[in-house]
Design a protein around this ligand. Structure first.
Ligand SMILES: NC(=O)C1=CN([C@@H]2O[C@H](COP(=O)(O)OP(=O)(O)OC[C@H]3O[C@@H](n4cnc5c(N)ncnc54)[C@H](OP(=O)(O)O)[C@@H]3O)[C@@H](O)[C@H]2O)C=CC1
Ligand SMILES: O=C1O[C@H](COP(=O)(O)O)[C@@H](O)[C@H](O)[C@H]1O
Length: 455
């Protein structure tokens, strides 16, 4: 039986809460009915308990976990301005067992709330969960880390990155560390390049208030894709426990630089014009409601990095993500170097083998050179495919499970969050200085004409 945790969602009337957190909680409670969770909602909106309960019930139902509602049916809602220390004190007084505060609020509100918490008596063991973006650059992330350090120990701070909760990301661990065919070749001598790509067909979806100031680089690469890269490139840890795992991933980020230390040459950016993506007509990004075209926000970003250590020096890691593209397609692609010598007598090309991990649904593919077809000595390409099924929990379910168990393994550590900004800050500076053109691509296309096609 798990210990009781009070999960207090701050920003309970918001989009993240109803669309992602509550459905994930429903799934978690349905799969693990032994969990004892006391759910509380709080926010600035003047809701009553009944409206909140309806929201929780509807979210559980929408995800197919209506029955799990009974486990939290006594949930209540408190109206509160979480930037006000008195309101925070009142909220924190209502707990039973450990308390987990989930800041499902805009980043500026979360920052103000953390500052207000400095003067508040925080119950022992309290966990703080903060959404991305964590700061707006390295300096602001550092300042926020300093505030958090005054509140609770680092292991009780959960900087959420739901890509770390994806079963597809976690699958990198087993494939790499539990197979002698891969473990010894996971290094620069054998790997030619790595691509981590997350293409979406979705456009802005009414998120101008946030996205127009973030853009694809901050929204996806600074956070999610660098975390996936860190998992792929880390040194083998002795255990997957919090300290070992996060030491290893943070070390990768510390060693990472933009390729050639030249952000202008190592990055690309573009934004979509009108078109049809995912069977929907999308207006040009600049015509989306709430967008300020003068900000020059990109909806597609690409950065090539180098992990400067003994294992990876010289291997380009290309990270790319964008919206309104031709297909929803997230992949990690490891391209191996070709063999040094193919025996005379085998004909045809022998390019390097390619290992692909889908970032959802869970699939893997290994492209190999084989022979033995019509002409037994002619090389041809063969594909080994594996469907891995769905992980037991969706990404936010995994995230919530960690929070409720106070296990921060799959949360971003403070130093790693700062390092991620340290990597992308020079790219943002180069873009602001106009050193990289803002290209265009029609919504529904694979990207701007002229951009290299990724493997
Ligand atoms: N929505 C999404 O798909 C995702 C969101 N995120 C992150 O999650 C966080 C929340 O996003 P999202 O839910 O979309 O934002 P919303 O604006 O939809 O929700 C934020 C909620 O916080 C409330 N709020 C604002 N100020 C205060 C305050 N002072 N005290 C108490 N409550 C307050 C808002 O009330 P009111 O509406 O009345 O202002 C609203 O209910 C952001 O950091 C975002 O980047 C991350 C991944 C995905
Ligand atoms: O955090 C975010 O992630 C989503 C993509 O992740 P998914 O799990 O929903 O596919 C992205 O659309 C969004 O812009 C970004 O903020």
């Amino acid at each position: 039986m798990s210990a009781q945790t009070t999960l207090l969602i701050l920003g309970a009337s918001g989009d993240l809460t109803s669309r992602l957190l509550l459905p994930a909680l429903g799934q978690l409670l349905a799969r693990e009915p032994q969990r004892s969770v006391r759910l509380r909602g709080a926010g600035i909106d003047d809701w009553d308990d009944e409206r909140w309960r309806q929201t929780v019930r509807a979210s559980f139902e929408s995800a197919g976990f209506a029955d799990a509602f009974d486990a939290v049916a006594d949930t209540t809602y408190a109206r509160a301005d979480i930037t006000d220390a008195k309101d925070l004190e009142r909220l924190l007084a209502d707990h039973d067992g450990r308390i987990a505060l989930y800041f499902a609020v805009p980043p500026a509100v979360a920052k103000a709330a953390c500052e207000a918490l400095v003067g508040v008596d925080i119950p022992e063991g309290t966990v703080l969960a903060l959404e991305k973006p964590f700061g707006v650059d390295q300096a602001s992330a550092h300042a926020l880390n300093s505030t958090l350090a005054r509140l609770v120990p680092e292991e009780q701070v959960f900087r959420i990155d739901h890509f770390l909760g994806r079963s597809t990301t976690l699958n990198l661990l087993g494939v790499r560390f539990a197979n002698r065919v891969f473990a010894p070749v996971w290094r620069a001598q054998d790997v030619a390049s790595v691509v981590i790509r997350y293409d979406e067909t979705l456009g802005l979806e009414g998120r101008a208030g946030y996205y127009d100031r973030a853009g694809a680089l901050v929204d996806m690469i600074q956070s999610h894709l660098l975390q996936v890269m860190a998992v792929l490139a880390m040194e083998p840890p002795a255990t997957l426990h919090e300290r070992d795992f996060r030491d290893a991933t943070a070390a990768v980020l510390r060693a990472t630089r933009v390729w050639g230390d030249d952000p202008a040459k190592a990055s690309r950016r573009a934004r979509y014009t009108a078109g049809r993506a995912g069977n929907r007509e999308l207006p040009a990004y600049t015509d989306e409601p709430g967008v300020d075209p003068s900000l020059g926000t990109e909806t597609l970003a690409e950065v090539t990095c180098e992990v400067r250590n003994e294992r990876w020096k010289g291997v380009p890691f290309t990270l790319r993500s964008g919206k309104a593209l031709a297909g929803k397609d997230g992949e990690v692609v490891v391209t191996f170097r070709p063999v040094n010598h193919v025996p005379e007598g085998l004909t045809g090309a022998a390019p390097g083998s390619v290992l692909r991990f889908s970032l959802g649904p869970d699939r893997m593919e290994l492209e190999l050179n084989v022979n033995g077809g019509d002409d037994p000595f002619e090389l041809e390409r063969a594909l080994l495919e594996a469907d891995l099924g769905e992980g037991a929990l969706k990404a936010y379910g995994e995230v919530l499970s960690g929070i409720l168990d106070a296990d921060a393994t799959l949360a971003v550590r403070g130093d790693a969050a700062e390092e991620s900004w340290r990597i992308v800050d020079p790219v943002l500076a180069a873009w602001r200085a106009g050193d990289v053109p803002l290209d265009e691509y029609p919504a529904g296309s694979p990207g701007p004409a002229g951009w290299p096609v990724l493997p």
